[in-house]
Design a protein around this ligand. Structure first.
Ligand code: PMP
Length: 435
């Protein structure tokens, strides 16, 4: 097959791939990574805050002194040393008494979500997820040919009554949801946190409905105002799969995450992971183990918290000072993101090319819904840019919005919405560098 085009392959794709389309938004993200663009689009931690010289020395030693094991294949479940450390990390969040035997080390939180999807989802199955939800998880569920039903949130996170209604609606359609996928703490993209009271309600509702819970918690330790509410898994041992990662507390480049699973299914998860990656990187696991054993990692989390709190404040101040009337946004008490709602009539997806031309980027809300809604929303990241850059980004963004509003006032809605096309979450997914 010389000189083949994409069309020559299209008919051969597996069914699960056929729904995946690319979009104009993806192309724009390539431009958004240019240095002159203030990117509020990414999800990258501020790695420059790590003591990189010391980390380098540590990695050097890991190869020189433990290379025989750290550069070798490992076991599918992950090393026992790291799994023990992971149990200590979880204990800090309030999950006490977890056994290293029930921990499965994964290639980032992303593989953890993928393994759970492979374990539980058949084509056509229903997953309940917050609306909006993490774009990378929506991509996983789409690849599994599952249907996502979104459950609305407010400032206190997932709305329990809406969860009950969603479960009932799925049942009325003759189906059953397989699990609730939730990010209860410092949500991506919403920034909101499920309150203590609602955590208990959500768990009770899921228990009554026989619904499993996948709790995704990459951000729980990045709290700016006291400790976050205890995870769902700290409240119930059975029926809850806890997923987390070292991507936001240490470094995403190492790609180390984990699942704490009910004991009965841990073995199946390991088998799925072996079929998927054989074993997680021994070197990356060694790096995390060394980091947790020999370096002041708790202090480093405090450093990240301080930097992000200052940046969150800078972003919220800039939004308050500069955004056009009618814009609203969330006030996260941790994590990396603010979720903004635009004034009536503005379309975040249609506006994106003009924002890029004005040298500012964000992720349109459509990327975070499986059904293409979210045009009046955008996700703004505050972890990566300095407070000054954040303010400049919001200044540019508000300029674009003012212009759109003026165009609408003069020419009507059509003038401001030239790019109307229904998107899907996977198509709008910003790509791994912008997770
Ligand atoms: N879950 C959520 C909610 C996330 O925001 C991310 C990354 N942005 C992930 C999972 C994936 O994390 P990792 O980089 O460890 O794969």
């Amino acid at each position: 097959m010389t000189g083949t085009t994409q069309d020559d392959y299209t008919d051969r794709y597996a069914r699960r791939v056929r729904g995946m389309t690319t979009s104009e938004i993806r192309a724009l993200f390539a431009v958004a990574s240019r240095p002159e663009v203030v990117s509020l689009a990414g999800g990258s931690p501020y790695i420059a805050a790590l003591p990189l010289d010391a980390v380098g020395e540590m990695l050097n030693k890991l190869a020189a002194e433990q290379g025989a094991s750290s550069l070798q294949y490992g076991i599918g479940q992950g090393t026992i040393e790291l799994r023990e450390r992971i149990c200590e990390v979880m204990a800090l969040s309030g999950i006490s008494g977890a056994s290293p035997d029930d921990v499965v080390v994964t290639v980032g939180g992303q593989q953890a979500i993928d393994l759970l999807a492979r374990l539980f989802l058949d084509p056509g199955d229903v997953v309940l997820a917050e609306g909006p939800s993490y774009v990378g998880a929506l991509g996983v569920f789409q690849a599994a040919q599952a249907q996502v039903k979104h459950v609305p949130m407010d400032d206190e996170g997932l709305i329990p009554a809406a969860l009950e209604e969603a479960i009932a609606e799925v049942e009325r359609s003759g189906r059953k949801a397989k699990f609730l996928y939730t990010i209860p703490t410092f949500q991506n993209p919403g920034g909101m946190t499920l309150t203590d009271e609602r955590r208990e309600q959500v768990l009770d509702i899921c228990e009554r409905a026989g619904l499993l819970v996948v709790e995704d918690d990459p951000y729980g330790m990045l709290s700016f105002e006291g400790d976050a509410p205890r995870p769902l898994r700290a409240r119930r041992r059975e029926g809850v799969f806890y997923v987390s990662t070292f991507s936001k507390t240490f470094a995403p480049g190492l790609r180390v995450g984990w699942i704490l699973a009910p004991h009965a299914v841990r073995e199946k998860l390991v088998m799925m992971s072996e079929a998927n990656v054989l074993c997680p990187s021994a070197f990356a696991q060694g790096a995390v183990t060394q980091y947790l054993s020999t370096m002041p990692w708790r202090e480093q989390i405090k450093v990240y918290r301080e930097i992000y709190r200052e940046r969150r404040d800078a972003l919220l101040d800039a939004l308050r000072d500069l955004m056009p009337a009618g814009t609203t946004w969330t006030h996260p008490t941790g994590g990396l993101f603010v979720w903004a709602t635009l004034p009536e009539g503005l379309d975040s997806k249609a506006m994106m090319p003009r924002a890029i031309a004005a040298r500012v980027a964000y992720v349109p809300g459509t990327g975070f819904f499986a059904d293409g809604t979210g045009r009046s929303n955008m996700r703004l990241n505050f972890s990566f840019s300095s407070p000054e850059r954040l303010r400049e980004g919001i200044r540019r963004l508000s300029g674009v919005m003012e212009q759109e509003l003026a165009m609408r006032a003069v020419f009507g809605p059509a003038a401001a919405q030239t790019h109307r096309r229904r998107g899907t979450a996977a198509a709008d997914a910003p790509g791994p560098d912008l997770a």
